[in-house]
Design a protein around this ligand. Sequence first.
Ligand code: SME
Length: 160
Amino acid sequence: MTATSARLSREHAKEVLVSMDAAVGDARGRSARESMVKLLNSAVPTYSWVGIYAVEGKELVLDSWVGPAATEHTRIPIGKGVCGYAAKSGRTEIVSDVAKDPRYLQCFLSTRSEIVVPITRGGTVVGEIDIDSDQLDAFSSVDREFLEAVAKKASALWLA
Ligand code: SME
């Protein structure tokens, strides 16, 4: 299998987005975010580790995650790492090869690429979706558009 053929397809992204409402159900706030990260990790094979960070003051604090191991980066200053950079700019970051990005803060030896998508409410970044892939160059514009739609859902359900 080539790296490209293992990426998320537009069709599958649509299916996962549709199944997300059922997966979240009546949940709000953190329990909604927990359902979201669980679904993303189980439904998309390239999403090896899926987490949501929440902005607290000048830091990102790990809120919900699913993956093979816990990360030591449970608090990240805004502006540090790929996560902190995306929180500061309010823009999605795709790192196709983490070994080549000097901003990258390592969590797992197996990670090869990463995507970070801010969650905004009323123009303010309140959190972000952070996904690590064990596959090099795992993320395309399909993942970006899909996860930006997921971030909108997370934003709408942000408060419990
Ligand atoms: N790699 C991230 C840190 C978070 S872990 O991937 C879970 C970064 O560079 O900000």
